[in-house]
Design a protein around this ligand. Structure first.
Ligand code: H2P
Length: 830
């Protein structure tokens, strides 16, 4: 029959497929080769997704070669390595990042084009790898990028969840959030290498028998054994061949099924244990800032830390060094308390299996681990019930009790000892993972200056007194400028390169170079180009919104963005109440007066934990306010509002370059750092925020007159809360403006039946997050934004100055801090 060649240039396909000639570019050959072999498809039935797969497999070939060379070099040099243990890695898409880092974007673009595909259409075929909840997981991903870029021997260890963070749907009728699974591995993942030969057995339950009088040793046996299988994800550095590894574990039953039950005729029983083994890595827990205490979560944590440590031990043993030198060759970073069991597991290995004395083992352990705290919210501090631990991990519970016994040597009164203790009294008793992490680590850090101070003063003051300040430090978070500027905002990147007159790969690796932009801040031509880039990005977002929601967006309006997980402390509620306030104000103006109003479009995106009732109610309020406001012909040319469903890394990449302002408005002292604040500012968006987290350091860099700060300060929060409880003042008195907004919501114009009352009552009664205290100054800050925006030239200058001063917030700087001050590792050059 007649072959049809609807795609690209027929000759290119034919020569590449049949008689490859020396003229066919290698990249084209390699893509076509994967179409023919890996995908077993013909050119006339390749769609965009097939072309994505073939291109991805072709890029992956490059990554594999670099990855292998890097790993061989690491083994040959036998230098100290660092391991980043994180239960979350929020990677997003890989193809565009790999092409950028390999420097092959243009070549692939042109090869794909000769085969009939546009690179933009191909890149969006990829599904996000969304193995994280928010900032903590995305930080881990940025750190991997920076480690590889700086040629540092750093591996990540995590879990290969079958389902990532849930897909968020918005119900058409009432606007509430629905959750659906995220089967991201459905179409196979070209970025991972299954390592079916790298497996470890992980035990649960059973019993622990002590032996060897006075040595602290025991044997742990029986129970259930589960297999951990390694999947390696290649992490290319930018502008280097250095390619690191992210090793993710999958759980599998040790045997296919229980043969005994099967023979006894009980098929269901027989597959039950295999189901329970596979369940361990089936799903990412979507709970941010809460500690659940669920058995499966504890199983995940142990499964992952046990497999990772076994793997590190095996690698260390290849060096043929005495075990006493373990900490000289390995540094392990604990990303929050989730991997704290690694401390106990390493003790178990060293004492029970390597038969070291308790004290030598403890010396090794406390020189190996480093612990990062990411939140001071008490509800987020993990605790595990002692009976659950005794049941699931009997040997580890023994070791924890042994550490407690040693702890008793701490000086201090009983109250102090109780506060320091790893065990919290109560029914049941609980193991405090944060205390265990502090005791078992060499250093402890917070993620921004203010937060690290609060960690020392409020969270662990007794430990600071006991160990001294030198054990506690700060590493302010950072973001990778590769993804969060060059990739998501190519036009701005090009303008910067053009203006600085230095190679892109120089300033992308030394972000302080951006301050060279300051020399051009008064150049009207440069200002115009800067403004044009912003406008282009706003048009791109407008198009995206129109496709998603079917509503036209005015790209000439001021774009105001708040995107992050929904949480009361992050105060999306303050923002939506502010929007309603603005709506009512515009509504009250005459048509003539309205013409003077700054046109504004407000964007929200973010997911709420499925069980977090108040956060879900906030989403519902935002969606329904949007429906009313966007349909009101009196006001909708001056104010519109969008809730973009299913927030993800890829959605952030479209929103961030398009913002004029972004909001980071947590109650002072509650947001440890924030990282999207850095991303917005890097892309020339101005910051509206409270004096909290890394906002403070951003303002220090860019200058107070380039940010819009408001609200009460951290030292006053405790006192204000006390007054809310003991001397409450009605909202009507505190903020008539806010009272009016609350009453409007209650009146039912955004949905009746009192659906929002529970949300409004959190403000009217108790108001733990201080909305009543901050509302008026918040509104004033937004008025100042309007005033500043009216002078467009001055605004553009603010925007340029902001980007120019963001050097500090590169994750390259943060990783250097960790490498030098914490891990003591050096780069491996080859
Ligand atoms: C958390 C903190 C952020 C911080 C981030 C990375 C847990 O992220 O709350 O303030 O920047 O870790 O350190 P998130 O709220 O997005 O889950």
């Amino acid at each position: 029959g007649q072959e049809k060649w609807p795609k690209g240039d027929e000759k290119t396909w034919k020569t590449a497929m049949r008689d490859i000639t020396s003229e066919t570019p290698d990249i084209t050959k390699s893509i076509v080769h994967h179409v023919q072999t890996s995908l077993a498809r013909a050119p006339y039935n390749i769609d965009d997704f097939g072309a994505y797969q073939a291109a991805a497999l072709s890029v992956r070939d490059n990554l594999i070669v670099n990855w292998n060379t890097t790993q061989i070099e690491y083994s040959r040099k036998s230098q100290k390595r660092a391991y980043y243990l994180s239960l979350e890695f929020l990677m997003g898409r890989t193809l565009s990042n790999a092409l950028l880092n390999l420097g092959l974007l243009d070549q692939y673009s042109s090869s794909l084009s000769s085969l009939g595909f546009g690179i933009e259409d191909i890149l969006v075929q990829e599904r996000d790898a969304a193995l994280g909840n928010g900032g903590l997981g995305r930080l881990a991903a940025c750190y991997l990028d920076s480690s590889a870029t700086q040629e540092l021997p750093v591996w990540g260890y995590g879990l290969r969840y079958k389902y990532g963070i849930f897909q968020q749907l918005i119900k058409a009728d009432d606007g509430s959030q629905l959750e659906a699974p995220d089967p991201w591995l459905e179409h196979q993942n070209p970025w991972e290498l299954p390592r079916l030969d790298v497996t470890y057995e992980v035990r649960f339950y059973g019993s622990a028998q002590r032996w060897g009088e006075g040595t602290g040793r025991a044997t742990w046996s029986g129970g259930q054994e589960v297999l951990a299988i390694a999947y390696d994800v290649m992490i290319p550095g930018y502008g280097t061949r250095s390619t690191n590894n992210l090793r993710l574990w999958e759980s599998k039953p040790k045997r296919g099924f229980d043969l005994q039950s099967f023979n006894a005729g009980n098929y269901e029983r027989a597959v039950e244990s295999s189901n329970s083994a596979a369940a361990i890595t089936s799903v990412l827990y979507p709970n941010d800032h809460t500690s659940f205490g669920k058995e499966l979560r504890l199983k995940q944590q142990y499964f992952w830390t046990a497999a990772s440590l076994a793997d590190m031990l095996r690698r260390f043993k290849n060096l043929e060094k005495p075990i006493s030198e373990f900490a000289e060759y390995n540094a392990i970073q604990l990303n929050d308390t989730h991997p704290t069991l690694a401390i106990v597991e390493l003790m178990r290995i060293l004492v029970d299996e390597e038969e070291l004395s308790w004290d030598s083992a403890w010396t090794i352990v406390t020189n190996t681990f480093f612990f990062t705290n990411h939140t001071v919210l008490p509800e987020a501090l993990e605790k595990w019930s002692v009976p659950l631990m005794e049941h699931l991990l009997p040997r580890h519970m023994q070791i924890i009790f042994d550490i407690v016994t040693v702890e008793k040597r701490f000086p201090g009164d009983r109250d102090r000892l109780a506060r320091l203790s790893l065990i919290e009294e109560g029914f049941p008793k609980q193991v405090r993972m944060a205390n265990l992490a502090v005791v078992g680590s060499r250093k402890v850090n917070g993620v921004a200056e203010l937060h690290s101070n609060l960690v020392q003063k409020n969270l662990f003051p007794d430990f600071v007194e006991f160990y001294g300040l030198s054990k506690f430090g700060n590493v302010t978070n950072g973001i990778t400028p590769r993804r969060w500027l060059d990739q998501c905002n190519p036009s701005l990147s090009a303008l910067i390169t053009d203006t600085l007159k230095i190679d892109r790969n120089v300033w992308l690796k030394d972000l302080y170079k951006l301050k060279g932009l300051l020399a051009h801040v008064d150049d009207p031509q440069f200002q115009a180009r800067w403004a044009a880039v912003k406008h282009q990005n706003k048009e791109r977002l407008a198009l995206f919104v129109e496709r998603q929601l079917g509503i036209k967006v005015d790209a000439h309006a001021l774009f105001d963005v708040q995107i992050k997980r929904l949480h009361e402390y992050k105060r999306q509620t303050l923002n939506i109440l502010g929007v309603i306030h603005r709506y009512l104000l515009i509504k009250s103006l005459t048509p003539e007066e309205r013409k003077k109003v700054v046109k504004k479009v407000v964007f929200f995106a973010g997911k709420a934990a499925p069980g977090y009732y108040i956060a879900k109610l906030t989403i519902r309020l935002i969606v329904n306010v949007a429906r009313v406001i966007n349909a009101d012909p009196d006001t909708n040319q001056y104010l519109s509002l969008f809730f973009l469903p299913d927030y993800s890394v890829s959605v952030a990449e479209i929103l961030i370059p398009a913002s004029d302002i972004s909001q980071h408005i947590s109650t002072a002292g509650t947001e440890a750092s924030g990282t999207s604040n850095m991303k917005f500012c890097l892309n020339g968006g101005l910051l509206v925020g409270t004096v909290d987290g890394a906002n403070i350091e951003i303002a220090e860099e860019v200058g107070d007159d380039n940010v819009f700060f408001f609200g009460n300060l951290t030292p006053d929060v405790e006192d204000l809360r006390y007054r809310h409880t003991y001397h409450p003042i009605p909202v009507e008195q505190k903020s008539p403006a806010l009272a009016h907004v609350l009453n409007t919501v209650s009146s039912g114009i955004f949905g009746s039946d009192g659906v929002y009352e529970p949300l409004l009552n959190t403000i009217r009664e108790g108001d733990f997050y201080l909305l009543t205290d901050d509302f008026d100054s918040y509104i004033r800050a937004l008025e100042m934004v309007d005033e500043a925006y009216a002078d467009r030239t001055e605004w553009v200058k603010k925007s340029i100055r902001t980007t120019a001063k963001m050097g500090k917030f590169s994750s390259d700087r943060a990783i250097q801090d960790y490498a030098q001050e914490y891990w003591n590792i050096e780069s491996v050059k080859f």
